[in-house]
Design a protein around this ligand. Structure first.
Ligand code: ASP
Length: 347
């Protein structure tokens, strides 16, 4: 009897530390994925120089978020930090480098969601807030609301001490040239179709896409998602896209996944893309990869909506499907995997 007890004790002592170590290791998985927009990215015009510029900006954003996660910071903090780097880069359609509205201004949208608390913050149509994602986070943390828009959101940003800038701060020549081209195409189409809305539908995808976003898993097992955008070139009448709409462009829930989207916002709103991906995981028991693939490459393709998403689950799985020609994207996981690329065949 004594011998048996001794054996049980010895076995417990010798195996439990290993079990504890394994569990601790499993709990420590962390990862981040980011995107810089999907769309008709013309491979033939993608010079080596351009590619390098995009990839180094993507890596900088990804690695900044990853370093925070490695340091034990929250997925929310990592998402914000990564997005702010992309907002500050003129290469992407968010913050500096945002597209122009039909009237030649910039109107910015952003949102953030925390998968543990299901807290969310969103802002739409702001013109003077340097970092819309910082404002989305302030709305989530410091206000009793989820979404603020326009002038009221700017008053709140000011109260919160966030940096305000002139609207011209967001200007870049490349985006201005795109606006001129888009307006020329719109005028020609309007003449032919005698309907502005119908003419707008015919705008090439290159005018429609951009947006930046990030999703992350931290060491405590919480996932978060965030998205920030200038919307679509030549957008009109205070148009709001999917990026600030929780469930459409951004969603996070520790019971399923965290998603940030980019693409033709009107479709992402109507098909509530981000939440649908998470719902398929939760209720149908599909994997993250399968859920995202069905929504992007089946549901949206059938509907005629182009774009893509980045998504992560609490195990650290990452998927980044898109049905457009390209999507600027990058990821890095504590399991050693890392990626940066633009086109489908980038490995
Ligand atoms: N989804 C954004 C919007 O519709 C645009 C984009 O992602 O390219 O405003």
């Amino acid at each position: 009897m004594k011998n048996k007890l001794f054996l049980v004790l010895a076995l417990t002592l010798s195996t439990s530390p290993l079990w504890l170590v394994n569990k601790a290791q499993a709990q420590q998985a962390f990862a981040i994925a980011i995107h810089g927009g999907a769309g008709t990215i013309d491979k033939s015009k993608m010079t080596q120089e351009k590619r390098q510029a995009y990839e180094s900006a993507l890596k900088k954003a990804r690695d900044t978020g990853y370093a925070l996660l490695a340091d034990g910071k929250s997925s929310q903090a990592a998402v914000i930090a990564a997005i702010q780097i992309l907002e500050d880069s003129p290469l992407f359609n968010a913050g500096k480098g945002a597209v122009y509205t039909f009237d030649g201004e910039h109107e910015l949208d952003a949102s953030i969601m925390n998968g543990k608390t299901l807290n969310a913050g969103a802002v739409s149509g702001v013109k003077t807030v340097k970092s819309p994602i910082a404002l989305a986070e302030a709305i989530m943390e410091e206000s009793v609301h989820v979404m603020l828009s326009g002038e009221g959101a700017e008053v709140f940003a000011n109260q919160q001490g966030l940096t305000l800038v002139e609207n011209s701060y967001f200007n870049t020549d490349a985006r201005f040239q795109s606006l001129l081209k888009a307006k020329k195409q719109l005028a020609e189409q309007e003449k032919e179709l005698k309907d502005f809305q119908a003419a707008h539908q015919t705008l090439d995808n290159e005018y429609k896409f951009g947006t930046v976003g990030a999703v992350a898993l931290d060491k405590s097992g919480t996932i978060s998602a965030g998205t920030s955008t200038g919307g679509m070139t030549a957008k009109r009448f205070g148009r709001i896209g999917d990026a600030p709409i929780i469930g459409a462009g951004t969603y996070a829930n520790n019971d399923s996944c965290a998603v940030s989207a980019t693409g033709h916002g009107e479709y992402f709103i109507r098909y509530h893309v981000a939440a649908d991906i998470c719902a398929r995981m939760q209720y149908q028991g599909l994997s993250l990869e399968k859920s995202a693939d069905v929504v992007i490459n089946d549901v949206l393709v059938k509907a005629g909506g182009s774009g893509g998403v980045i998504a992560i689950d609490t195990q650290g799985n990452i998927t980044m499907p898109f049905n457009s020609l390209g999507m600027y994207r990058a990821s890095k996981s504590s399991n050693g995997k890392e990626f940066v690329g633009i086109f489908k065949d980038d490995k």
